[in-house]
Design a protein around this ligand. Structure first.
Ligand code: GAR
Length: 191
């Protein structure tokens, strides 16, 4: 049984889907949810589950404190689900190929600093793109640049708004992220 930590800064819809998916799993369990925002929706969402949630400030994130929290909880894999801060090198070095992220576009398009959530969807609609999608990738020290693990596309209709696209992307994320996490667990931990 592997221990997962989920990092989330926002509403936490992906976090909830992942928590529910692994509730009965023999492969992994969620031992910890980390957020950097006191008002993040994910905090309220987690109340109905028996999962430890920890709010960390910027200093704790940058220093050794976070690493110690993760090690004490015996975390094997870190899953970013809408976490908007950069992961410090200290954590990346301690978890090589053990941190994954989901991004709401087809990377390398519409990635990098400032490209998150609705900013991504607005830019895609403004550029009249005909498709978008989701990317799951390993996390390295550059935003959105680690090795790509999984992508899935979605068509954009000419009259889709950024909100319509956000909804389509969210559905795609909820459908695929849990199974991609399983795939990574099998790839990384089982010969
Ligand atoms: C998701 O769409 C995720 O892809 C995005 O934040 C959203 C979080 O939604 N992540 C990024 O933009 C990272 N660059 P949620 O809080 O409802 O799970």
């Amino acid at each position: 049984m592997k221990n997962l930590a989920i990092f989330a800064s926002g509403s936490g819809s992906n976090t909830e889907v992942i928590v529910r998916h692994f509730a009965e799993s023999e492969l992994a369990r969620i031992v910890l949810v980390i957020t950097d925002r006191k008002d993040a929706g994910v905090i309220e969402r987690m109340k109905k589950f028996d999962i430890r949630i920890r709010i960390i400030d910027k200093e704790a994130l940058m220093g050794e404190e976070l690493l110690s929290v993760l090690q004490t909880a015996r975390v094997d894999l870190i899953v970013l689900a809408g976490f908007l801060r950069k992961i410090p090198g200290l954590i990346i070095d301690a978890y090589p190929n053990r941190i994954i992220n989901i991004h709401p576009s087809l990377l390398p398009d519409y990635g990098g600093k400032g490209m998150y959530g609705m900013n991504v969807h607005k830019a895609i609609i403004e550029n009249e793109e005909e498709e978008s999608g989701i990317t799951v990738h390993y996390v390295n020290e550059e935003f959105d640049e680690g090795e790509i693990i999984f992508q899935e596309t979605v068509e954009i209709d000419p009259d889709d708004t950024a909100e319509d696209l956000a909804y389509k992307i969210q559905q795609l994320e909820h459908k695929h992220y849990p199974e991609v996490i399983e795939w990574v667990l099998n790839r990384e931990f089982i010969d």
